[in-house]
Design a binder for this molecule. Sequence first.
Ligand code: COA
Length: 389
Amino acid sequence: MKIGIDKIGFYTPHLYVDMNNLAVARGVEPEKFTIGIGQDEMAIAPLTQDPVTLAANAALQILDENDREKIDFVMFGTESGIDHSKSAAIYVHELLGLSPHARSIEMKQACYGGTAAIQLAKGHIALNPESKVLVLASDIARYGLQTSGEVTQGAGAVAVLISAEPGVLELENISTFLTKDIMDFWRPTYSDVAFVDGKFSNEQYMAFFSEVWEEYKKKTDLTISDFEAICYHLPYTKMGLKALRTILDEGSEEVQKRLSENFQASTLYSRKVGNIYTASLYLSLISLLEEQDLEAGSRIGLFSYGSGAVGEFFSGILQPNYREFLSVDTHKDNFNSRTEVTVTEYESIFQKTLPIDGSTMELDTSQDPAPICLSGIKDHERQYINKHK
Ligand code: COA
């Protein structure tokens, strides 16, 4: 039985800031951000979008009535969750009107949470081939204004439907993974911004990639030439490029060209969104599939990394007619209907937060084009609306 990605969608909020303008405001050369870091635009979440609404808006695009009935497991990977106890999956389960006969949980391991959910979903489908699992990966990356991590912020979510006989990508069974207790990036429960040792996190990302890639080749007897493309977790697009460059010379000139071109295609969406932590790897997969015309049967490699740290390399095979299962037009519309904000406006949005003292706040959702929005907070409870209901 084949198990894998049946459908895949994403959502990014309607506001963004241009990285050239951010660079000027921060007194650095724009090329540092656009070439050195490799980002063009950064998505900004208004207060009416949080990780729950972003995930629900992503899932809304891909689910039909049959999926809603068959989904019996909702897993939500995030590192910017809204509650220390209740899972964000339950809110999305309700907002999407899924069958009540489902499990709903949240997964946490930094940017690796989405991958952890996908791997567990495979096991669930193996035991229950008739069911479907909804995996959500959703984050708002916040390092803080005028910090070195500021340029690697972003906001957005990916929704992945895992099933038997998948439409898009069969996930192969062999994967290699690694855990090491390191402090490269973390967010203590009392902080709403991340702590990061940027240079160390870069080194560890590369070291983890090297180790799981070498192990993968040993386990599978595959070589770099067996891959049509490799997608990377992209905290910023230059990071993935650096990792790819370490293995390119393992292939012929033709293989190097193919992997480099497909890598560029896989970064196009991330360049416009920024870091979305758990969802970043899957945004690169969507970008690759929607921007390139790859042949069915091609093998795609995926490298997942979550600081702290866990890394994994795995792969999938593109299915016949996979393009019919993508949401290309919806995603183009999402990008084309965004509004650019100035750096001053971005700073002001960044500083607006929900009250944490129990007071009530009502939010104006009329300026937010997303169907599902956060409409306020009352008695410590977030209030959500689906404008389509
Ligand atoms: N034109 C082109 N490139 C330029 C440039 C210019 N004018 N000025 C600088 N650069 C390049 C640098 O050479 C460097 O490239 P390199 O990494 O290939 O050497 C890159 O831009 C970044 O410059 P650097 O001085 O290292 O940036 P920084 O000290 O501001 O930090 C991060 C960058 C990524 C470490 C920082 O943004 C961060 O901590 N981010 C969060 C952590 C993260 O995302 N970790 C990833 C692993 S999960």
